[in-house]
Design a protein around this ligand. Structure first.
Ligand code: C2O
Ligand code: CU
Ligand code: CU
Length: 504
C-alpha cells in the first residue's frame, strides 16, 4: 500500500509545518516520509555550490531550574529546513522540528532532566502495516546513565506521548550527542534529522584557558543525498544494506558545505560525525596540523597535533585550530582527505575575517590519565562481527545473532568488573563498535598493542575489515541492560546489535 502524493503537493502542505502541524498535514508529511523508503534508483543530488551559506550554530536551550536540576522539554516533530541557497527547503524530522536539534550545555555534577515529547506522524494509524514506522526512542550517546534513561528501543515514545530522561552528568566533560534509537529504523530517523549536541563542561576544564564561549563550536558532520525538490533521499537497497547509506553531499550543522567567518585567534571545534555510515579523514587545506585535544570521553592527557584525523560514524574529536596563524582574508578549508575536490572533498570553509586578541592557551597537560589495571587475570570476552544472507538481503550479526528486542543479553558482566572485550571482524566492511554506558580504553588493534593514553577515553572504535580490536572497561555505576552495536546505522538496524547486562 502506498500513498500517492505529488512532491509539489507535499511541499506546499509541509510549509504548514512551520505554523504548527495540524493532523491532516502531519499525515501528508508522513506520506512523504514513506515515499523515501521506496526502492528508487539511486539518484544523484543536484550540483550545489560549496561555501555559499553561513554555518548555523544550533540554538542552545535554556533550562528551567528546579532545585539543582536543569529541566528541558523538546518536541520531536516535522519541520522545514533550508540546507542550501539553491535548494528548496527540506522536510526534516527534528527535535523541536529543527535540524540538527537544539544544543544542551550541561555541567559535570549538575543533573539535567529532559522531557522528550513525540509529535511525529503516527504511521501506525495510517494503515502502513507493511512498513509500519517504529516509534522513536532517544539515546544520549556517551552518557553514564541508569538503564531506564538510556533510550533503549524497548522504551519507544508513542505519538503525543512523552518520556522523561534523567542525566546525572557524573562523568568527565565531553562532547556527546543525543539521537533517535528506534528499533530497526535508527538510520532512517537520524537521516531525517533526529540528532543534536549535548556538551558537558566542568570547572577544571574551564581553568585550562582553552577557547570557550563563541570560540568553542560544535560541528556536526553528516552526508546526505538530496532530490531536486530538496527532500532527503534515503534508500535501503542491496548496496546500502552492505555499506550503509552514504550521501554525496556533506553538511555541517544542517548546512551544505558552509563557511564561517572567524577571528584571528584559536577556536575549539567539537567535531561530531553523525553520518549514518561515512567515515571522514579530517585535514586542513593549509597543511597545518589539527591540535587534537579531546575524544569521545573528553580531554586527552596531552594535546596531539595531527595532520589527518580519521573520524568514523559517531566518533567525536575536539580540535584547536589557531586562525591567528593566518593573515586576514585567508580561507582555510576543512577537507575530507582522499575524496578529491568534489562535493565530498570539502567539509566547510573558515574565512579569517576578524582581527582579534587571543589570550586562550592549549596547555601541555590537559588531564590526568591512568591506564586501567588490566592483567592476565582480567577476563576477556570475544565477539564476532559477521554477516548472513536472508531473503531480504544482507543482515549483520554479533556472534551469529541478529538483534531482536526479546533476545537474552549476549554478555552478563558483574557490577564493578574490569573486562577486556575483543571484537573480531572477518567481513570486508569496517564496523565502528559502540558500547553504551561506559567509556573504554584501547588496548590492541589488529594485534598491535596500543598506548591507551594516546587514544583517550572512547565509546566508539572501528574494528577494521578483516581485523580485530580489544578494548578494556570497568562496568560500574548501574545494573541492568544496555546495548552495544555497530554504529554504522544500517548495520545496526539490520541486526548488528546486542544487549549486555550488568548484574549485581
Ligand atoms: Cu549512538 Cu546505541 O548509540
Ligand atoms: Cu550510545
Ligand atoms: Cu558495521
Amino acid at each position: 500500500m502506498s500513498l500517492k502524493i505529488s512532491r509539489r503537493h507535499m511541499l506546499r502542505t509541509s510549509t504548514l509545518a512551520l505554523a504548527g502541524l495540524c493532523a491532516a498535514s502531519r499525515r501528508v508529511l508522513a506520506g512523504g516520509m514513506n515515499m523515501e523508503m521506496d526502492m528508487q534508483p539511486s539518484g544523484n543530488s543536484p550540483a550545489l555550490a560549496p561555501f555559499v551559506d553561513a554555518l548555523r550554530i544550533p540554538p542552545v536551550l535554556n533550562p528551567v531550574m528546579r532545585g539543582k536540576t536543569a529541566h528541558y522539554t523538546m518536541t520531536m516533530r516535522a519541520g522545514l529546513s533550508k540546507v542550501h541557497r539553491d535548494l528548496p527547503a527540506t522536510v526534516v524530522w527534528g527535535f523541536d522540528g529543527i535540524y540538527p536539534g537544539p544544543t544542551i550545555w550541561a555541567t559535570r555534577g549538575h543533573p539535567v532532566a529532559i522531557r522528550h515529547v513525540s509529535r511525529l506522524p503516527d504511521m501506525h494509524q495510517d494503515g502502513m502495516a507493511a512498513m509500519a514506522m517504529m516509534y522513536p526512542s532517544v539515546h544520549l550517546h556517551g552518557a553514564h546513565v541508569a538503564p531506564q534513561h538510556d533510550g533503549h528501543p524497548r522504551e519507544a515514545i508513542s505519538p503525543d506521548a512523552f518520556r522523561d530522561f534523567h542525566y546525572p552528568n557524573q562523568q568527565r566533560a565531553a562532547t556527546l550527542l543525543y539521537h533517535d534509537h528506534s528499533h530497526g529504523q535508527t538510520g532512517l530517523h537520524v537521516y531525517y534529522g533526529m540528532a543534536g549536541c549535548y556538551l558537558i563542561k566542568d570547572p577544571n576544564e574551564e581553568a585550562l584557558n582553552l577557547p570557550t564561549g563563541e570560540f568553542d563550536i560544535p560541528l556536526m558532520i553528516q552526508d546526505r543525498v538530496f532530490k531536486a525538490d530538496g527532500s532527503f533521499h534515503y534508500m535501503l537497497d542491496a548496496s546500502t544494506r552492505e555499506t550503509g547509506v552514504l550521501g554525496d553531499t556533506i553538511l555541517v550543522n544542517g548546512v551544505v558545505q558552509p563557511y564561517l567567518k572567524v577571528a584571528r585567534r584559536k577556536y575549539r571545534l567539537r567535531i561530531i560525525n553523525a553520518s549514518n555510515a561515512r567515515a571522514y579523514q579530517l585535514q586542513l587545506s593549509t597543511a597545518e596540523p589539527l591540535i587534537h585535544i579531546a575524544t569521545d570521553g573528553g580531554l586527552l592527557p596531552k594535546p596531539a597535533p595531527q595532520a589527518v584525523i580519521d573520524l568514523a560514524p559517531f566518533e567525536r574529536v575536539d580540535v584547536v585550530v589557531d586562525f591567528g596563524a593566518y593573515t586576514l582574508g585567508t580561507q582555510v578549508v576543512l577537507k575530507n582527505g582522499g575524496s578529491g575536490a568534489g562535493s565530498l572533498g570539502s567539509i566547510m570553509r573558515f574565512d579569517v575575517d576578524i582581527p582579534a586578541v587571543d589570550d586562550s592557551t592549549v596547555p601541555d597537560c590537559l588531564s590526568a590519565w591512568e591506564d586501567l589495571p588490566v592483567d592476565a587475570q582480567t577476563p576477556t570476552r570475544e565477539f564476532v562481527l559477521n554477516r548472513k544472507s536472508s531473503p531480504a538481503g544482507t543482515v549483520w550479526t554479533i556472534n551469529d545473532e541478529l538483534y531482536e528486542m526479546s533476545n537474552p543479553p549476549l554478555a552478563q558482566v558483574k557490577h564493578g568488573a574490569l573486562e577486556r572485550w575483543r571484537f573480531l571482524n572477518p567481513t570486508n566492511h569496517p564496523h565502528p563498535v559502540h558500547i553504551h554506558l561506559i567509556q573504554f580504553q584501547v588496548l590492541n588493534i589488529n594485534g598491535v598493542p596500543q598506548d591507551p593514553a594516546r587514544h583517550g577515553w572512547k565509546d566508539v572504535l572501528v574494528a577494521p575489515p578483516g581485523g580485530e580490536i580489544t578494548v578494556a572497561a570497568r562496568f560500574k555505576g548501574y545494573t541492568g541492560r544496555y546495548l552495544f552495536h555497530c554504529h554504522n546505522l544500517e548495520h545496526e538496524d539490520l541486526g548488528m546489535m546486542a544487549d549486555y547486562e550488568i548484574v549485581p
